[in-house]
Design a protein around this ligand. Structure first.
Ligand SMILES: Nc1ncnc2c1ncn2[C@@H]1O[C@H](COP(=O)(O)OP(=O)(O)O)[C@@H](O)[C@H]1O
Ligand SMILES: [Mg+2]
Length: 237
């Protein structure tokens, strides 16, 4: 088998809150193969978001290893970790986190510029927006869009730098059931058509069911890894 696109080894995270230590991750070993769509489930407080933050280089682990697409981010300094995050990770959050004062186009452009490249050409932006089904919303502001549309724009933004992996934290948590289904279908479509690797945290068993594999967490540990599917990689190029 190919080396995983994402791997952790004995990952641990302790938060210090005053004099109290919170052991959010207590030795997590996960592997994700290129082209997989993985869901992470588990009760509130079990460490799901902490895991995603560490994988995405938003914070440093207390100990353990994280390798993203061949780069050991756990050993990297802040500068390199940030560079890896911008180049290799696409984030999707529960609250969309779009810049409200920028247009859709501005939100996509800034995600590219922050990575150090120039602004994407209009054609490329149109293609990205077509992928999420909203090619005509380029000049709108986020707050003029519905919640479901805002999340689809956030997904387009996550894809703007062709990330090795999309990390989504409760992406349907702020949406009604119709919009939730649309977002889940979009993730499935991106995974099937582009071979996009996706890791999605969710509370919702129906959402988890669309993934290839479900990793179950509890109390800062992995309870079960699910069954590794036969993957069709390089699909839909
Ligand atoms: N920034 C933080 N500072 C202190 N404790 C935190 C912080 N973030 C998360 N925690 C604690 O770490 C544990 C895991 O939280 P989290 O990763 O958010 O879990 P989940 O996403 O599964 O709900 C919880 O006990 C939470 O209170
Ligand atoms: Mg969380």
């Amino acid at each position: 088998m190919n080396p995983p696109i994402l791997e952790t080894v004995d990952l641990r995270m302790v938060y210090h809150v005053g004099h109290v230590e919170v052991h959010a991750l207590r030795g997590v070993d996960v592997q994700v193969q290129k082209g997989e769509f993985v869901a992470i489930i588990g009760p509130s407080g079990c460490g799901k978001s902490t895991l995603l933050h560490l994988l995405g280089g938003l914070a440093r682990p207390t100990s353990g290893r994280i390798v993203v697409d061949g780069v050991e981010v756990s050993a990297a300094g802040d500068f390199e970790r940030t560079a890896v995050r911008r180049r290799k990770i696409g984030f999707v959050f529960q609250r969309f986190n779009l810049f409200p004062t920028l247009t859709v186009r501005g939100n996509l452009e800034i995600a590219r510029q922050i990575q150090g490249d120039g602004v994407p050409a209009r054609d490329e932006l149109v293609r990205l927006l077509e992928m999420v089904g909203l090619p005509h919303k380029m000049d709108m502001k986020p707050l003029d869009l519905s919640a479901g549309e805002q999340q689809r724009i956030a997904i387009a933004r996550a894809l703007v730098n062709h990330p090795a992996i999309v990390l989504a934290d409760e992406p349907t948590g702020n949406l009604d059931s119709v919009n939730s289904s649309m977002i889940l279908e979009l993730f499935q479509d991106l995974n099937r058509r582009l071979g996009q690797t996706i890791m999605m945290i969710t509370h919702n068993p129906e959402a988890a069911a669309v993934a290839h594999r479900i990793i179950e967490m509890k109390d800062g540990r992995v309870l079960s890894h699910g069954i590794l599917p036969q993957l069709v990689t390089g699909a839909g190029t």
